[in-house]
Design a protein around this ligand. Structure first.
Ligand SMILES: *Cc1c(COP(=O)(O)O)cnc(C)c1O
Length: 391
């Protein structure tokens, strides 16, 4: 098998028994063994090699989910990848595996809003304190870390506002203080950036987005290093988080073209960014402007950029921003992203409400665009005729 990941993605997981190009969907709760001895043998194999796919019950997975785990472990270059029914399940698994009552966790201020809800509100009820940090002032981390700090939870770039952080700096501080680190890497995927290679303990991907790529399946992955394997394995068993074989199949199928799609998302997004960069009333929240801090921090760690970007629009009329978004014909209005199609959202204050380090003035509005795989010239024409409505 080729070591080149693009080639590996096309040739892996063939099923030679069924002579099929893709692996079969194996659905199972009960797994039948030939004898009691056979069961014990499998359980012993599992004990010796817990990532080897030796299952005795469907909650652990089947050959279909195991194929996906193997592909993702190679993509992440990590010890093991746990699969969850949604991306948010992977966020939950990462956090609940390591924090205990009395602990504190540090969370990047611009995290995905459900992650904020989980840490800030829900964890509080379990005696865990969350402190949010400014993604562009990492020196502040040194001041807010104390003996109780257990985990630093990063999301890069930030949700909706797309701040890129100096990731090595975070890791250095964490390692010095023996604090676990997790990153939500859904925006880039390991195709553009591999967090475990840089030194993160855990990396989360919402497979719902680019892995599946077709907006018709949900799933999540949590990549871990050897140090955290046992802890996560135990929590996954207790929580019963499991990805269905049918969903694993669709995600595996989506992954075949991950590289092709992401390369094109990037190409299209760059063309759209170039067009949008000409407007004085729009600030691009995307690694495009070469002299910006965000661009430098992106360039330092990433080999590419995906199709999701933000626009900070200056306008005295919120209504006119709404009109701009509503006039788009080729962009759908809806949550999630990472499929083949373009999407637009005018962010409501609900999403930004609790941010502590967000500099957003009354006449500034956030619009999020997912640049899909349409002809970029069509997308630019669509934006061109709609931007006129911004007053
Ligand atoms: C979508 C998303 C999630 C959650 O994934 P689901 O599959 O929708 O549960 C988590 N983090 C980020 C950054 C996301 O964009």
């Amino acid at each position: 098998m080729s070591n080149n990941f693009k080639t590996f993605l096309k040739h892996t997981a063939k099923d030679f028994h069924n002579q099929s190009v893709n692996p079969p969907i194996v659905r199972a709760s009960t797994i039948i063994f030939k004898s009691m001895n056979d069961i014990r043998k499998t359980q012993n194999k599992y004990k010796k090699d817990p990532t080897g796919g030796h299952f005795d019950y469907g909650r652990q997975g089947t050959s279909t989910t195991h194929v996906l785990q193997k592909i993702l472990s190679k993509l992440e270059e990590c010890h093991h990848v746990f699969l969850t029914p949604t991306g948010f399940g992977a966020v939950f698994l990462a956090i609940f595996s390591v924090v205990r009552p009395g602990d504190e966790i540090l969370v990047a201020d611009p995290v995905y809003s459900p992650t904020r809800l989980l840490t800030e509100d829900y964890l509080k009820e379990y005696g865990v304190k969350t402190v949010f940090y400014d993604p562009h002032n990492l020196d502040s981390l040194k001041k807010i870390i104390n003996k109780k700090t257990k985990l630093i939870f990063v999301e890069n770039p930030g949700s909706n506002t797309f701040e890129f952080q100096d990731l090595s700096k975070i890791l250095l501080i964490a390692k010095k203080n023996k604090i676990f680190t997790a990153i939500d890497n859904t925006w880039a995927t390991p195709y553009f950036f591999k967090p475990l290679k840089l030194g993160f303990d855990m990396s989360i991907i919402s497979a719902t987005k680019y892995y599946s790529g077709h907006s018709d399946v949900m799933g999540g992955s949590l990549a871990v290093n050897k140090k955290l394997f046992k802890l996560i394995e135990k929590t996954q068993k207790i929580t019963g988080l499991r990805l269905s074989p049918d969903d694993a199949y669709l995600i595996t199928r989506g992954l075949r073209t991950l590289d092709v799609r992401l390369d094109r998302h990037q190409e299209n997004a760059k063309k759209v960014a170039k067009f949008l960069s000409k407007f004085k009333n729009i600030k691009l929240l995307y690694p495009y402007k070469q002299d910006s801090l965000n661009f430098r921090m992106w360039k330092k760690y990433y080999s590419g950029a995906s199709g999701l970007m933000g626009l900070k629009i200056k306008s005295k009329s919120k209504k006119s921003v709404d009109k701009f978004v509503n006039s788009l014909k080729l962009f759908g209005y809806g949550y999630s992203w990472g499929g083949f199609e373009s999407l637009a959202l005018h962010q409501q204050s609900r999403e930004q409400g609790k941010r502590q380090f967000l500099d957003l003035k009354n006449d500034e509005h956030l619009v999020r665009l997912h640049i899909g795989l349409e002809d970029p010239e069509d997308l630019i024409q669509d934006l061109k005729k709609s931007i006129k409505f911004i007053k």
